[in-house]
Design a protein around this ligand. Structure first.
Ligand code: R5P
Length: 292
C-alpha cells in the first residue's frame, strides 16, 4: 500500500506507513491560486496499487483537500483507495434536531465515500455515522492506544466527565483493572458546563492519580471544570486525556493550568503529549479494508 498524508494528518499518515511495514509514503504538493482555490499534485504512479489517503476533516478546507486528493489518486490509476478520516468533522450533527437542518454527517459520508473503496474513522461521535455509508466503513477505537500509554504512566482512577462517555471509560478501566466513575454534567451553553459527583462515588480519589478521559476536547470547558472538581476533592494528580484534541482558542493553556499532563491521540495535530492510533488504524487497513 502507498500512504499519502494530507496536510491535516501528515504525522499520523507517516506513522501508519511505518506500521504497514514501511510502505511508501508521500505528501502532496499544495498551493493556492490567486483566487484562493486549492491546487494540489500527488507524486508517482499508483497503477494497480492500493493507496491509503489520511486526512482529518476538521475544517472545510481539509475536506476539500481530501476530495481533490481522492480524485488525483484515482487519476493516477490506483486499484483501490482506502480513505482514513481520523477526525470526522461534522460528525456531531448526526441527525436533524430542528426542521430545516441538514444531517451533516450523512452529507459528508456521501461525499467522502464517492472517491473511496473503504473508509476508516477513529472514535466517531455517534455510531449512527457508520450507517450513513454505503461502502465498507470501519471505526477504529482509541482505547487500545490509551491502554498501551497508561501502562507507562500510572493511573489509579479513571473518570468520564459525563454519562455519555461512561461506556468508553468503563472499557478502558476494564482493560487496566482500575476503578472508574462518571461525573454528572449539565451543559449551560456551548462553552460552559456544570459538573458534580454522582450520588455514589465508587472510588476514593484522595491523593490518587486521576485521569479524565473524553472523546473530544473542544473549548476545554468540560475538562477544566472536571479537573477543578477532582482537585477540590483531593485528587493527587489530574491528567486530561482525549481522542480528538481540538483545543479551540486558549483551551490548551486553560487545561494546562489545572492539570498535570494533557494527552491526545494523533487524529489531530496539536501540542498535547501524543498517543498514537497508527497501529490500530494500520491493523484495520490490513485486515478489514484489504479484504472488503
Ligand atoms: C460531549 O458530548 C463530548 O464528549 C465532550 O465532552 C465535549 O465535546 C467537550 O467539549 P468542550 O471541550 O467544549 O467542553
Amino acid at each position: 500500500m502507498h500512504v499519502i498524508g494530507g496536510s491535516a494528518s501528515t504525522d499520523l499518515a507517516e506513522r501508519i506507513s511505518r506500521e504497514l511495514g514501511n510502505s511508501p509514503f508521500s505528501v502532496p504538493f499544495l498551493k493556492r491560486f490567486p483566487d484562493g482555490e486549492l491546487y494540489l499534485r500527488v507524486g508517482g504512479n499508483f497503477k494497480d496499487e492500493d493507496v491509503v489517503i489520511v486526512q482529518s476533516t476538521r475544517t472545510d478546507q481539509d475536506l476539500l483537500e481530501l476530495l481533490l486528493l481522492q480524485d488525483a489518486v484515482r487519476e493516477g490509476g490506483a486499484r483501490r483507495i482506502f480513505v482514513v478520516v481520523p477526525y470526522f468533522g461534522y460528525g456531531r450533527q448526526d441527525r436533524r434536531f430542528f426542521p430545516g437542518e441538514p444531517v451533516s454527517a450523512r452529507a459528508l459520508a456521501h461525499h467522502v465515500e464517492l472517491g473511496a473503496d473503504a473508509v476508516v474513522m477513529v472514535d466517531l461521535h455517534s455510531p449512527l455515522t457508520l450507517e450513513h455509508f454505503h461502502k465498507p466503513a470501519f471505526e477504529a477505537s482509541a482505547i487500545p492506544a490509551f491502554a498501551r500509554q497508561v501502562r507507562q504512566r500510572p493511573v489509579d482512577v479513571l473518570v468520564s466527565p459525563d454519562k455519555g462517555g461512561a461506556d468508553r471509560v468503563r472499557r478502558l478501566a476494564d482493560i487496566l483493572g482500575k476503578p472508574w466513575f462518571a461525573l454528572e454534567k449539565k451543559r449551560i451553553d456551548s462553552e460552559r458546563v456544570e459538573l458534580r459527583f454522582p450520588d455514589a462515588v465508587p472510588a476514593d480519589i484522595r491523593g490518587k492519580q486521576v485521569t479524565i478521559f473524553d472523546d473530544v476536547i473542544s473549548t476545554g470547558g468540560t475538562v477544566v471544570e472536571a479537573a477543578k472538581l477532582l482537585r477540590d476533592h483531593g485528587a493527587g494528580a489530574v491528567t486530561a486525556a482525549c481522542t480528538h484534541g481540538l483545543f479551540l482558542r486558549d483551551a490548551f493553556e486553560r487545561i494546562k493550568a489545572v492539570t498535570d499532563a494533557i494527552y491526545a491521540t494523533d487524529t489531530l495535530q496539536n501540542g498535547a503529549l501524543k498517543v498514537s492510533v497508527a497501529p490500530d488504524v494500520a491493523r484495520l487497513l490490513e485486515k478489514d479494508c484489504a479484504r472488503a
